[in-house]
Design a protein around this ligand. Structure first.
Ligand SMILES: [Zn+2]
Length: 287
């Protein structure tokens, strides 16, 4: 059996997403090395095709085919030959074939291992399918960083990070601060308390690194709340207080915050995005 040297956090996220068949159809894998991103894409593809409950089992017929690169419904889309960029023709062929039902698998999976090589016009062409993907298709994009992709494309994908260089400079004191903020934020949004939410975010002022880490951490908590595998107090709280669409909306808010971090937005703006986005979950609950 092929060994996957991937971060445990990533494998856990994949399993959580697959658990209740809530796998997003468009996924972006970022961070780490190209090799790791490729492996992660294969792992995710196996999870999407796996015939067993604990996907990816890595041993069933479908998993085996994906791992050995012979699954008829898993396609690699990448530049061959001299050209460095993924050709428009390749994207066109995705658009032509993705509406045809899978041969034998559960889904048609398109792997784009170097999405950073997609020129803007190719990204725009791809966007058309990402906007309304056929229900049996999935798209796995890999890129060293999200900066190489158009904001319109980024808004259509769920990003999973394979290792965060931003973690490097975190001190123990900061780590404790982040844990404290995350807990306070979860409590505030679960109670629908706008003021408590604003207060919870105060320690993040002037600390971009902590904003980014909090967004990451809260994203992980939302994923575990979505999967129903609530291992922490915060995830239990979120799972109890919010519906699936609300949890997904909150996840989008955090993705927006992380995008703004990558664009080097200042911390005041980041905290506004954070607070406004999460407050937008409240009105329906206030009644
Ligand atoms: Zn399997």
């Amino acid at each position: 059996m092929k060994k996957f040297d991937l971060p445990e956090k990533f494998k856990k996220e994949v399993r959580a997403l697959l658990e209740k068949d809530r796998a997003p159809q468009s996924i972006l894998l970022t961070g780490s090395t190209e090799n790791t991103r490729r492996n992660a894409a294969v792992y995710f593809a196996a999870a999407l095709e796996c015939e067993e409950k604990n996907a990816p089992c890595l041993t069933c017929r479908a998993c085996q085919k994906v791992l050995s690169g012979v699954h008829p419904d898993v396609y690699w889309v990448e530049s061959t030959g001299k050209s460095d960029s993924v050709r428009m023709d390749d994207v066109r062929s995705i658009r032509e074939t993705c509406y045809v039902v899978p041969n034998e698998g559960k889904r048609k999976v398109y792997l784009i291992p170097r999405a950073e090589r997609l020129r803007p016009e190719a990204q725009n062409a791809l966007l058309k399918v990402l906007e309304e993907p056929p229900r049996f298709s999935a798209f796995l994009l890999c890129s060293e960083s999200r900066a190489a992709l158009l904001p319109t494309v980024l808004s259509r994908v769920v990003e999973l990070s394979l290792g965060d260089s931003r973690d490097d400079g975190i001190t123990k004191k900061q780590e404790e601060k982040i844990t404290g903020v995350c807990l306070a934020v979860c409590r505030a949004i679960a109670e629908g308390e706008e003021y408590a939410l604003l207060k919870a975010l105060v320690p993040l002022e002037k600390d971009r690194l902590a904003v980014a880490r909090c967004a990451d951490r809260l994203g992980e908590l939302l994923l575990s709340a979505l999967s129903g595998q609530n291992e922490s107090e915060e995830a239990v709280l979120l799972g109890r207080c919010f519906s699936v669409p609300q949890l997904l909306k909150a996840y989008d808010v955090l993705t927006g915050v992380k995008e703004a971090v990558d664009r080097n937005a200042n911390t005041s703006l980041l905290l506004c995005l954070f607070a406004d986005g999460l407050c937008s979950l409240f009105p329906a609950r206030h009644g």
